[in-house]
Ligand binder design. Structure first.
Ligand SMILES: [Zn+2]
Length: 54
């Protein structure tokens, strides 16, 4: 039997302008909310991107 791997995509939202700039794969190992420091083009700087609510 083949196992079906389900990848969960989450939106990564800029903490400053609330723009969704990235998508990340969330694995089951990750607990709580993801947060990544990424470059935001509207802000033109690196900001903390947090997982957006659905
Ligand atoms: Zn931004």
């Amino acid at each position: 039997m083949a196992k079906k791997k389900k990848k969960l995509m989450v939106k990564m939202q800029c903490g400053d302008c609330k723009e969704v700039n990235y998508y990340a794969h969330k694995t089951k190992n990750v607990e709580g909310k993801l947060s990544l420091k990424k470059h935001c083009s509207p802000c033109r700087k690196h900001t903390v991107h947090k997982e957006a609510k659905k």
